[in-house]
Design a protein around this ligand. Structure first.
Ligand code: 5GP
Ligand code: MN
Length: 342
């Protein structure tokens, strides 16, 4: 496996870490398994270096990630604003993990932008905003930020001292960002990293069950309801859309994370290339949009063009400030506009 960083970059990273004692790690709003996993893994590495580390995220992560070791210590800006602001202001180095620009912090953007500390981006999204960071560790071809973090720890010489719980978190991030290694996961180096993580004694089969096989009855029935009643296919365009209202979420006692993975399901229908999900946000007056595709269909281009968002080739997201009915029309327009690529 080739090193990700050259000697100069590695030295710069070492120096930034060496010069700080209170380090803050933050990740994007609506943190997913990779955001949480990479943050926890990196935090453990930094603690091994004798640093005081805090993790603050704009909003909470889904319930199905709560088992992750160390996750109970993560702070959420939306829940404890004043305390989080203090932690952010006191940091002397800030790591921005799994996002490429401060706007993805949303409500937490202002305090992080105002902080005196230097910022370092570690991420796998395209086009990192270099103007906001003293160092940018960006590898858009890697499957996850967790993979990058794992390799940085190896390259920095921290592997042997890394505890098993960190390996569990880093594996979780790699697994969730690739849908259990079913997409964006053809690079042989991914499996070299996994092989090293397994030497820490992690139980990858159990990690899979912890994340994917923990439905409540409500979540299972909501899935059935969406597939049976709400999913619309646009067969001649190899695409589908479903939309979920707040009222429906209430009916199925929706909790954070219950819609996770749903958007992938229509792609199980033979010939489908694009799946779009629309969901009324429970906190703000916006419609959350998720896009998933197979092969070379560029979800990220569609997300940028139609949904004020972005992301990866096969997995992107965004949001629309509309009522759901109008978001539906926008999604249909998007499918029509991309007919040539579908
Ligand atoms: P999800 O559908 O799981 O919410 O998001 C899938 C991927 O799309 C994320 O990993 C992230 O890369 C990207 N993404 C989701 N929401 C947004 C957004 O609002 N803006 C941008 N730029 N990217 C997003
Ligand atoms: Mn990620």
């Amino acid at each position: 496996m080739k090193n990700l960083l050259n000697e100069q970059e590695l030295q710069a990273l070492r120096t930034h870490i060496a010069q700080s004692s209170r380090i803050l790690i933050c990740a994007h709003r609506g943190p997913d398994g990779d955001a949480v996993g990479s943050s926890l893994g990196w935090a453990e590495y930094l603690r091994q270096q004798g640093k005081q580390v805090d993790i603050v995220m704009p909003t909470p992560f889904p319930d199905f990630l709560r088992w992750m070791p160390g996750s109970q210590d993560i702070r959420f800006y939306a829940r404890h604003e004043a305390e989080a602001e203090q932690v952010i202001a006191q940091a002397d180095l800030i790591f921005c993990l799994d996002f490429n620009g401060l706007q993805r912090l949303q409500e937490m953007q202002a305090p992080v932008a105002a902080a005196q500390a230097k910022r370092i981006i570690i991420d796998h999204h395209l086009d990192p905003d270099r103007s906001i960071a003293a160092q940018v560790v960006s590898f858009p071809t890697r499957c996850s930020t967790s993979e990058i973090v794992c390799r940085l720890i190896i390259e920095l010489g921290g592997w042997d001292a890394l505890p098993q719980k960190a390996a569990v978190c880093l594996y979780t991030g790699m697994m969730t960002d690739t849908g259990g290694f079913t997409y964006n996961s053809n690079d042989p180096e991914i499996y070299e990293v996994i092989s090293m993580l397994l030497t820490k004694g992690i139980d990858k089969d159990k990690i899979y069950r912890n994340v994917f096989n923990v439905y409540s009855e409500d979540r299972m029935r909501l899935t059935g309801y969406i597939l049976y009643r709400k999913l619309r296919f646009y067969y001649n365009r190899h695409a589908s859309i479903f939309a979920l209202t707040r009222e429906e979420m209430r009916r199925f006692h929706f909790i954070r994370g219950d819609a996770e993975g749903l958007v992938n399901m229509p792609l199980q229908v033979k010939g489908m290339r694009l799946s779009i999900s629309l969901r009324e946000d429970t906190e703000r007056d916006v419609v959350r949009v998720s896009l998933r595709s197979v092969d070379d269909f560029p979800c990220n281009r569609m997300a940028e063009e139609f949904f004020h968002g972005g992301g990866h080739l096969n997995a992107s997201g965004g949001e629309l400030p509309f009522p759901l009915s109008e978001a539906m029309l926008t999604a249909e327009r998007a499918i029509k506009a991309y007919a040539d690529l579908l």
